[in-house]
Design a protein around this ligand. Structure first.
Ligand code: UDP
Length: 240
């Protein structure tokens, strides 16, 4: 008999960086296809998957704000538009392998994608479609991590899954400190007090206030496998 599914509805955060691969280009089609296949495998098991995409591979508002008179809000709108580009790329890739996918944007771009309508998003998920949320929260000064926490709470997803570029969560930056220790379990409190940059503070706070667990592992594949198999080292405290 099949093992029971750990989660029924998950919110996957795909950062812009995750789409970029090692290529010079902003988006690597091979990497995007790999992500699409991973998501396909999970949805085929009957797990509902919603995705929040980042845009850092194309444009990050905070990096550009202040340059040539670009104010933060304008820079952030450009950043949000970058997430829409990623969303459409990812949607096209997923549909090319037969996964029905809808993009919903936080601000209207009705010729390109649906506007974000919570109940409609939930309906899509129930019908087995993947929903990609684009344009972050629709507000400048926020991040797509925060959008992930927000949408997770809104659609009643059980967990925020995020593939990070380090192997798990460390008590210090493993790139700078070779003695950094891998943590199996951490609390919201620790994340905030040790300034562990798994997600930004606004996102962490939102998760904490709404009792949303977070799961962070190195690859998307590892992250998604935890949806399916309990045998991976997992205990209730292993994650946020
Ligand atoms: N952004 C924003 N509001 C949001 C989400 C994103 O203004 O709610 C802008 C912000 O400029 C950010 C950019 O969009 O730098 C890209 O998103 P993010 O940096 O979160 O992408 P990631 O790091 O996941 O690739």
């Amino acid at each position: 008999s099949k093992p029971p599914l750990k989660w029924r509805r998950v919110l996957l955060k795909v950062s812009g960086e995750a789409l970029a691969g090692d290529e010079e280009q902003n988006i690597d089609p091979k990497v995007t296809m790999a992500i699409a296949r991973e998501v396909a495998a999970v949805t085929r098991l009957g797990i509902e998957v919603a995705i929040v995409v980042g845009g850092g591979n194309i444009f990050r508002g905070s990096t550009w704000a202040g340059c040539s008179g670009l104010d933060r809000s304008s820079a952030d709108y450009i950043g949000m538009l970058a997430t829409v580009m990623n969303a459409i790329f990812l949607q096209a890739t997923m549909e090319s392998i037969g996964i029905p996918t809808r993009v919903q944007t936080a601000f209207r771009m009705s010729e390109v994608a649906e506007p974000y309508i919570r109940r409609r998003a939930i309906r899509h998920l129930e019908k087995g479609r993947v929903v990609i949320f684009a344009a972050g929260t629709g507000n400048p000064f926020f991040t797509t991590d925060t959008a992930a926490a927000l949408r997770c709470a809104e659609i009643n997803a059980e967990v925020v899954l995020k593939a990070t570029n380090v192997d798990g969560v460390f008590d210090d930056d493993p790139k700078r400190n070779p003695n950094a220790r891998l943590l199996d379990s951490l609390t919201y409190q620790e994340v905030t007090s040790k300034d562990l940059s798994v997600m930004d503070m606004t996102a962490i706070t939102l998760c904490q206030e709404n009792n949303i667990p977070g799961l962070f592992s190195i690859t998307l594949s590892q992250t998604l496998t935890t949806c399916i198999h309990d045998h991976l080292k997992y205990n209730k405290n292993a994650y946020l």
